[in-house]
Design a protein around this ligand. Structure first.
Ligand code: OGA
Ligand code: MN
Length: 285
């Protein structure tokens, strides 16, 4: 039987696509799943609008893409569905129910600070403020492929130091001592080969990358600044304006993201699942 192709709309010239006519809460055939995975690899981020999806279904759909991680920030996991990390500024009994509150969240790659970072994240919007709180994504594959020769020569074969602590100091809250032990600073390749597609992408982000290994501090700072300036050129960036019911699936091996702040007088609630890579492809190279 011939398989129907999803109708899609590219979000930018190089990456991102909205997929139409799919209900993430419904049955997903193996043909549809293969197509979603192929589109995800090709486009790096996929947008599914007008979803009406419960927690069981969100977890169920996410599991089709890989096994799921229980995030290290246990204080913000959903009570009944620990596979879901809540991102929110809502407080209950004086305690935040989710991560990242209402402030600016700088550019970061989810989990670049772990030895085996997740391959993807799926963020589903439950409640959004009337304005602000948009999320921006940068296409690090194109940023690498178009990198000027002089900078390419600086990054190829090098490693950089990634720090979750740096990110938390700037944009979040401190980890507990147990969480700190699990998230120590780590060196990762500065150019990462995608574990599925084999394409190369810049693997660095202003929020977590604190130094290039093997360079003097001034040179490291200077090269990082040049690389950040380059990757943040508008041609590599997509801005997502949220609607309730949007599901956004991104690739953590080749995109980084940031969120703009919003008025804390309004509530924002998002559910995130975190998708692990296959065991034999899990260490960045
Ligand atoms: C995340 C994240 C930003 C946002 O879920 O990893 O960075 O827009 N979220 O809430
Ligand atoms: Mn994130």
């Amino acid at each position: 039987m011939l398989n129907k192709s999803f109708k899609i709309r590219p979000l930018t010239d190089t990456f991102g696509a909205e997929i139409y006519d799919i209900k993430l809460s419904g049955e997903i055939s193996s043909e549809d799943l293969a197509q979603i995975k192929a589109l995800w690899n090709r486009y790096e981020i996929l947008l599914f609008r007008q979803q009406d999806i419960g927690k069981d279904e969100l977890v169920g759909f996410s599991r089709l893409l890989g096994s799921l991680e229980t995030h290290v920030r246990s204080e913000w996991l959903n009570e009944t569905h620990p596979e879901i990390l809540q991102i929110s500024n809502i407080n209950v009994d004086g305690k935040p129910v989710g991560a990242l509150a209402d402030g600016e969240v700088g550019w970061h790659y989810d989990q670049i600070y772990l030895p085996r970072p997740a391959l993807g994240s799926l963020l589903y919007s439950v409640k959004i403020p009337p304005e602000g709180g948009s999320t921006f994504f940068a296409d690090m594959t194109s940023a690498y492929e178009r990198l000027p020769r002089s900078l390419k020569d600086m990054v190829d074969g090098r490693q950089a130091i990634q720090s979750y602590d740096n990110f938390n100091n700037l944009y979040s809250t401190k980890t507990s001592s147990k969480q700190t032990n699990l998230t120590q600073n780590i060196a990762q390749p500065l150019v990462r080969t995608h574990p599925v597609t084999g394409r190369k992408a810049l693997y660095l982000c202003p929020g977590m990358t604190i130094a290039i290994a093997g360079l003097e501090e001034t040179e490291s700072t200077d090269v990082l600044r040049q690389l950040f300036d380059w990757t943040l050129k508008t041609e590599f960036v997509y801005k997502h304006l949220w609607d309730v019911g949007d599901g956004l699936l991104w690739d953590n091996a080749c995109t980084m993201h940031r969120r703009e702040p919003f008025d804390g007088g309004h509530e924002r609630l998002m559910f995130r699942t975190t998708i692990l890579p296959a065991d034999d492809r899990s260490v960045p190279f």
